[in-house]
Design a protein around this ligand. Structure first.
Ligand code: ADP
Length: 345
């Protein structure tokens, strides 16, 4: 079976085609700068057309959709109802879901007879129990306004947890893991018997670890202070927390590879802050899980930086726990989830 995975962002498209009998990547194409001034592609439709894909050869097209809200707990065959449901979730992911939808609509036009499947970044975390996904706000904030922890990077946490089970030669549904996706965006996940029971990203991907340019956990009163006392608008605070904070905010650089080589005090401070936060999450998740079979590192930093891994694990608390480094493959996971959805349809 040939499955295409489309990751359609606001100004970029990533398209990969897998032969799912062998799980081999057959082709991979990217388009960037869609809709930008002087770009050859002003629309997603033009960009997809330029890829020259023969859609008739595909058995399914899997679309990465960032936010599934609390509507979608697994990969889902797309029909009119699903499209409308994804539209209603737009306020929860105003930057991502519209671009994901755009990709779906263009592919539906190009390949009307090919099944299209939505695979949600949040779905893996749908097993998180209520006491973990609720914020301690008036309950109606959840019941009326759907404000809760959703969690992201689901395909990555799911993929590395399956790989960890293969490496450890154990059933995933008997394994307790802490998975650490450490890339520019970063999140930790506590996995009990193969299922996510807590994760560091929350209502949006802003919460949790110190990331490349996102602050992660802060006192929410800071946001109020910035608006009330510093006269910043909501959009300015949004940009500051998402794009100007994290490692970038502390030392002006979010490339961990170059921070590791730097003698600059601010670069060292930024790394210390990042590592300290990861340790706090790992320790907290150990307390939740009780027994931990392995701590799994993935993402650009997790896969490549021995220093960061060793520093995270230096606590005596973690010394008897196996650690694994597993290269993530979110697109292959999305293709595998697409196959499952096709088989169940
Ligand atoms: P994204 O979240 O954008 O997909 P990646 O998972 O590619 O990001 O991770 C990017 C981060 O990984 C950057 O901070 C980069 O510096 C870091 N990184 C990549 N290679 C190395 C390396 N060899 N050592 C340390 N950090 C690395």
């Amino acid at each position: 079976m040939k499955i295409a995975v489309l990751n359609s962002g606001s100004s970029s498209l990533k398209f990969k085609i897998f032969d799912m009998d062998t799980k081999e990547l057959i082709s991979s194409k990217n388009v960037e700068h869609i809709g930008e001034l002087n770009s050859a592609f002003q629309t997603h439709h033009e960009a997809i057309k330029s890829l020259g894909i023969d859609f008739s050869l595909l058995d399914g097209i899997a679309h990465r959709v960032v936010h599934g809200g609390d509507t979608f707990s697994k990969a889902t065959l797309i029909d009119e109802k699903v499209i409308n449901a994804i539209k209603t979730i737009i306020p929860l992911a105003p930057l991502h879901n519209p671009a994901n939808l755009e990709g779906i609509l263009v592919c539906q036009k190009k390949a009307p007879n090919t099944p299209q499947i939505a695979v949600f970044d949040t779905a893996f975390h749908s097993s998180i129990p209520k006491e973990a996904f609720l914020y301690a706000l008036p309950l109606e904030m959840y019941e009326k306004h759907k404000i809760r922890r959703y969690g992201f990077h689901g395909s990555s946490h799911a993929y590395v947890s399956k790989k960890a089970a293969e490496i450890l030669e154990k059933d995933l549904n008997k394994l307790n893991l802490i998975t650490l996706h450490l890339g520019n965006g970063a999140s930790a996940c506590a996995i009990e018997k193969g299922k996510s029971i807590d994760t560091s990203m929350g209502f949006t991907p802003l919460e949790g670890l110190v990331m490349g340019s996102r602050c992660g956990d802060i006192d929410p009163a800071i946001v109020i202070y910035m608006q009330r006392e510093l006269g910043m608008s909501a959009d300015e605070v949004d940009a500051l927390l998402n794009k100007k904070s994290g490692l970038l905010g502390i030392c002006g650089n979010n490339d961990v590879r170059s921070l590791l080589d730097s003698a600059d005090e601010k670069a060292k401070l930024a790394l210390e802050m990042m590592i300290r936060r990861i340790k706090k999450y790992v320790g907290g998740y150990m307390a939740l899980l009780g027994r931990v079979d392995a701590i799994v590192f993935t993402g650009g930093i997790g896969e490549h930086s021995t220093y960061v891994r060793e520093r995270v694990l230096e606590s005596a608390l973690f010394k008897d726990i196996k650690s694994l480094v597993i290269e993530t493959d979110e697109e292959l996971e999305i293709a595998m989830e697409c196959i499952e959805a096709l088989e169940n349809k």
